[in-house]
Design a protein around this ligand. Structure first.
Ligand SMILES: CC(C)(COP(=O)(O)OP(=O)(O)OC[C@H]1O[C@@H](n2cnc3c(N)ncnc32)[C@H](O)[C@@H]1OP(=O)(O)O)[C@@H](O)C(=O)NCCC(=O)NCCS
Length: 158
């Protein structure tokens, strides 16, 4: 089994490596230039990377859209590392981070290709598909459990 570390970014170099990996998976196949993989929310968002042999092979981003609502974006794993559970681990770790931040709902804008991947993780499809970068996408949502329903000690005895 490969020794892959999924964790927050540690250095500026790792941030740059993450942008490159994001570009390789999400933008280069569309013929888009370096730089198109970033947006204005990146500097304030929370980034996770999957690292193997000092190389960023996967990444994903969480940011707060409004009170209680988080957005997961730019979820991507290098092709040669697909189907090993790395994408799943990235999302599961972001869900934990979202709970820490007291977020109640997570939204992801996903390519239709990845619909099954998010369904397995508990996300539900909403609305009609739409085109973004000429690729059909959908919004999917996940409701996070309330801390009150997680711990019986918080509930009144009845
Ligand atoms: C979508 C994406 C992030 C998934 O990453 P991944 O690391 O391959 O995901 P996982 O390995 O966790 O899950 C994928 C499949 O592998 C299976 N899997 C999970 N752990 C596994 C393991 N240890 N061994 C073998 N298979 C495993 C999962 O059950 C899943 O099966 P499914 O296809 O039947 O749903 C990746 O395919 C990707 O980067 N795609 C291109 C970009 C993209 O579409 N991003 C998301 C929307 S914008």
């Amino acid at each position: 089994m490969l020794n892959i570390d999924v964790r927050p970014i540690k250095t500026n170099q790792e941030l740059e490596d993450m942008y490159y990996q994001r570009w390789l998976v999400l933008r280069d196949p569309l013929g888009m230039e370096r730089g198109t993989e970033k947006d204005k929310y990146d500097t304030s968002a929370f980034h996770l990377v999957a690292v193997y042999n000092d190389t960023v092979i996967g990444s994903a981003r969480l940011r707060e859209l409004s009170e209680g609502l988080g957005s997961i974006a730019y979820v991507c794993v290098l092709n040669e590392f697909h189907n090993r559970g790395i994408g799943t681990t990235l999302i599961e770790e972001l869900i934990e981070k979202a709970k820490e931040k007291n977020l109640r709902t997570l939204r992801v804008m996903t390519r239709l290709d990845a619909l099954k991947f998010y369904k397995k993780l508990g996300f539900s499809q909403t609305g009609e598909s739409f085109n973004y970068l000429d690729i059909p996408h959908l919004f999917m949502y996940l409701t996070l459990p309330s801390p009150l329903t997680l711990d019986g000690d918080f509930l009144p005895n009845t």
